[in-house]
Design a protein around this ligand. Structure first.
Ligand code: BES
Ligand code: ZN
Length: 444
């Protein structure tokens, strides 16, 4: 474990923030570090350049007649902002006496993907090979919507042919309890810009006579939801698959009560869609979210100004039955139809990926559930859906024809994407064990 923790710390020290152009070389360094690690463990590794950040692949010797599993993960991380809320440097990992590692990317996804890599390394060291054909695929652009990975899958379809995909980049319902995530929400992002005068204006001289872009944007964004908080875009809910009765019942028995969600969120109250519990909204209902809103004067005190422009960043979480591209065009049409007069609206669509749903009774899903039961003994594995997105997962199905097994190690309080992200040594070890057991179960 000492060596394994050294490896994890080395990986966490590389600030591989994919959205930040200033970090380009760090992503390169991260890809090279992984390729070297794969090689050291006895796998054949390759770094594939893309117009964005590199993709790393690695494999053992391909033996005809054996099953093939593709293990996917990502080495990029979310920005550490807001920096002031971190207790230390986000890229100087720390280990507490109680076995908690704190660093950006500790859980999402460096700790989890490295556990798979090192688990495979342990098996190779013990047995000389893995019990089936394994392809590792680790990308550097997951947190920005995997813009180049689908194209890579299409180009390398033959080389990446596999029976099933395994991913540890989701949550664990509680410590010590294996969790199979059989559904993920999809995502569709867009940016809105509203422009008015060709410069910031004095709001006394022009206010009332000229439309204020920030006010127009606020009015426009307010039309996205009705008074009950439902999304008010026409056609948004068309085709949405209803939650199955068995899921609602099964989820009600999980330790994700409204009270627990509230505690984890640290909010003053939940605001679920009428008729649904909090967890049902987060895992199985679509949303429209405002992720950023800016424009006008942001400094100390007041400044009486009509800003020249105003901006918003939006994303929609999608469920099975919703098509990302269609949602983006419905949203753009809604925004155009509801934009107040006197300003110019620009809608720029961003990345999008469909929701994912797996039948938890398939033989591969059963193998995953057996592996989870063995790696986390004493507790029946939980079956969950989750609200987060891993856009490439629906492409694994579309392009490679393979189902994805999501065996997450992210604890509810891991604070992924938030300040002071953590991973426990316990889960790191469990992940290494899980990989070894999973490969054997899938080979059976
Ligand atoms: N690991 C997460 C996805 C996740 C989080 C799944 C929690 C289930 C539970 C992943 O790295 C992530 O954050 N994805 C982004 C994707 C987006 C930027 C395209 C997300 O969900 O916001
Ligand atoms: Zn993430």
């Amino acid at each position: 474990m000492h060596q394994h923790l050294d490896d994890l710390f080395a990986l966490l020290r590389i600030p591989s923030v994919s959205t930040d152009p200033a970090r380009r070389d760090d992503l390169r360094r991260c890809a090279a570090w992984l390729a070297a690690k794969f090689t050291a463990l006895g796998l054949t590794a390759e770094v594939h350049q893309t117009p964005g950040h590199p993709i790393v692949s690695a494999r053992n010797r391909r033996v005809a007649g054996r099953r093939t599993v593709l293990i996917y993960g990502h080495y990029d991380v979310q920005p550490a902002d807001p920096l002031a809320l971190w207790r230390g440097d986000p890229f100087v990992p720390t280990l507490s006496d109680s076995g908690v590692i704190t660093a950006r990317g500790a859980t999402d996804n460096k700790g989890q993907i490295l556990a798979h890599i090192l688990g495979a390394g342990e098996t190779i060291a013990a047995d000389g090979d893995l019990p089936l054909n394994v392809i590792f695929l680790v990308e550097g652009e997951e947190e920005i919507g995997s813009p180049h990975l689908a194209e890579f899958l299409r180009r390398q379809r033959a080389e990446l042919a596999c029976d099933v995909v395994a991913v540890s980049d989701t949550g664990m319902i509680e410590p010590g309890r294996g969790t199979l995530t059989y559904g993920l929400r999809g995502i569709a992002c867009l940016e809105v810009a509203v422009s008015g005068p060709d410069k910031d204006l004095h709001s006394g001289i022009f206010g009332g006579a000229v439309a204020n872009p920030l006010t127009a944007l606020a009015r426009l964004l307010a039309t996205l939801h009705d008074a009950d908080g439902r999304v008010a875009i026409r056609g948004f809910y068309d085709g949405v698959a209803p939650l199955a009765q068995w899921e609602r019942a099964a989820w009600a028995a999980l330790p994700v009560t409204d009270a627990e969600l509230l505690r984890l969120a640290g909010a003053s109250a939940l605001a679920p869609e009428p008729g649904y519990r909090g967890v049902e909204c987060a895992w199985g209902r679509p949303t429209a979210e405002l992720n950023g809103l800016y424009g006008g004067y942001q400094g100390e005190g007041s400044k009486t100004v009509i800003p020249a422009d105003a901006h918003a960043k939006l994303s929609f979480r999608l469920v099975p039955g919703q098509e990302p591209e269609k949602i983006l065009s419905l949203a753009a049409a809604h925004l155009r139809n509801h934009c107040p007069p006197g300003v110019t609206l620009t809608v720029t669509p961003g990345h999008a990926g469909a929701a994912y749903l797996l039948d938890p009774a398939t033989p591969c899903a059963q193998a995953a559930r057996r592996a989870l039961a063995l790696a986390f003994p004493g507790k029946e594995p939980a079956l969950v859906r989750e609200g987060g997105s891993i856009p490439i997962v629906s492409d694994f199905k579309k392009i490679l024809g393979a189902d994805t097994l999501l065996l997450g190690l992210a604890l509810p309080d891991a604070r992924i994407h938030s300040p002071n992200e953590t991973f426990t040594v316990e889960n790191f070890e469990a992940g290494i064990r899980l990989n070894q057991i999973l490969l054997h179960e899938l080979a059976r």
